[in-house]
Design a protein around this ligand. Structure first.
Ligand code: ADP
Ligand code: ZN
Ligand code: MG
Length: 283
């Protein structure tokens, strides 16, 4: 009998934290503000000579989430610069955490099955680009730049599109209960990226990362589509290209976007403008 191809799925989830102010300045944290470029200041616009200050409430909310998800909480941590160029990134780098996430090695149980959580770290959101087709122009709205963003990464323990959807739904409930985030996917407050590969037996296949998933349904549908697409290629003896693919919600297909960058491409280094964080137990 021929062995079947089994899907392996890991999720990377970005969550906008519900705090009064942004991650490193005192601007209002309101990513839903309709009037562009009003919640901005020299810090979140990345003007030279400005200095960031850590938002304690954001750190607290990440730790709260980590405790709820059975993670080990780091006794100390620090921020790092993730360097890349993009019009929505005014500083030319994003302040993030790489070597020492605030939370590690947790888990969430979904219908009796343990899905391990590799890490949860804290970073800042980017601005929003708006592309106007008719005018052939792009605009940037910086209201979202510097909003506190938490990134949660699971181990590749998920084995079906439905399980990925259930994980995301359960996580949303927890985040809302903890008052960490509204976690509304349609509003971009919770953004799921799904990594998926097909393999036979214990051997994992090459993974594809799917972006632009704006609803729970999109998470499930995109994974279902991708399983079929990869299966067809593998059955013909072809190879899966390791890449990032977008999800087209209208056509219900994934499409190739770009090669996956590796950590070394970002030249991470410790953020020199911020002190290390010491996490005390009693605060
Ligand atoms: P990268 O270094 O390419 O970012 P990681 O090992 O950091 O890859 O994993 C990123 C995400 O992809 C995690 O959620 C992880 O669980 C998932 N993942 C890793 N390997 C696979 C695989 N073979 N198939 C599906 N998902 C995977
Ligand atoms: Zn600001
Ligand atoms: Mg990664």
């Amino acid at each position: 009998m021929r062995e079947k191809y089994l899907p392996t799925i890991g999720l990377e989830i970005h969550i906008e934290l519900k705090t009064r102010s942004k991650m490193f300045c005192s601007c209002k944290n309101d990513s839903q503000e309709k009037e562009p470029n009003i919640n901005i200041c020299p810090v979140c616009l990345g003007h030279p000579g400005t200095l960031p200050v850590i938002n304690k409430e954001a750190v607290r909310k990440v730790i709260k989430t980590g405790i709820a998800l059975n993670c080990k909480i780091a006794p100390w941590s620090f921020f790092e610069r993730k360097n890349y160029f993009y019009p929505d990134l005014p500083k030319g780098y994003q302040i993030s955490q790489y070597q020492k996430p605030l939370c590690e090695n947790g888990f969430l149980i979904i219908f009796g099955k343990k899905i391990r959580i590799r890490r949860i770290h804290l970073e800042e959101d980017t601005a929003r680009s708006i592309h106007l087709k008719e005018e052939n122009a792009s605009l940037v709205d910086f209201n979202r730049a510097g909003v506190p963003l938490m990134e949660l990464v699971t181990e590749p323990d998920i084995t079906s599109p439905k399980e990925a959807e259930d994980f995301a739904k359960e996580l949303k409930l927890i985040l809302r209960y903890l008052e960490v985030s509204e976690a509304d996917m349609e509003k971009g407050q919770m953004r799921v990226e799904a990594n998926i590969s097909l393999g036979k037996g214990k051997k994992l296949g090459k993974k594809v990362e799917i972006k632009n998933l704006n609803s729970f349904k999109a998470v499930r549908k995109a994974l279902e589509y991708e399983i079929e697409r990869q299966k067809k290629i593998l059955k013909k003896g072809g190879e899966i290209v390791q890449e990032t693919r977008g999800w087209d919600d209208k056509k219900e297909i994934t499409f190739s976007q770009r090669w996956i960058e590796e950590a070394k491409d970002y030249r991470y280094f410790p953020e020199p403008d911020l002190p290390p964080l010491k996490i005390s137990r009693f605060q």
